[in-house]
Design a protein around this ligand. Sequence first.
Ligand SMILES: N[C@@H](CCC(=O)N[C@@H](CS)C(=O)NCC(=O)O)C(=O)O
Length: 159
Amino acid sequence: MKLTLFHYWRSSASWRTRWALIHKGIPFEYRAVDLLKGENEAPEHRARNPFGYVPALEIDEGGKRWMLTESLAILEWLEETHPLPSLYPGNPRTRAHIRQLTETINAGTQPLQNIGVLERVSDQEETRRDGPGTSLGWAWKLSRRFPSPTRGGTRSGMT
Ligand SMILES: N[C@@H](CCC(=O)N[C@@H](CS)C(=O)NCC(=O)O)C(=O)O
């Protein structure tokens, strides 16, 4: 089996897949997709992932190639195909907390920092231009715009 990871060095979603591959000692090739140059919008990357996101893992099983996207799906596939060393130490309660944290980051925080989101929603020219460099500050502001059922209807859950 040959694995090729399409990634970007500043991408947190890419980072967790690189970490898992290295933690498990699985050989793979890197192929950089420069998000700041818009290489993720190119047709060849859209063919790998129609959303134009990284990471994307190409899996070549004896000439039969398929793509897997979504970093958490990649982690789960790696865990099932290469169980040791596990990504999830401890007991079921500890593992549940690890999954809780990953979900908080993956679904609740990271999407607000995406270049595409920043370009569309920011009312600050600097934020639109510098995107990831100012994204945490912008994510904070954005999170305060939306009501949250868990915080008395005044803030989002991430604050
Ligand atoms: N839920 C996806 C998120 C992937 C994602 O948002 N990747 C970002 C980099 S961390 C990206 O490719 N952004 C490009 C853009 O916003 O145009 C995953 O976990 O793989």
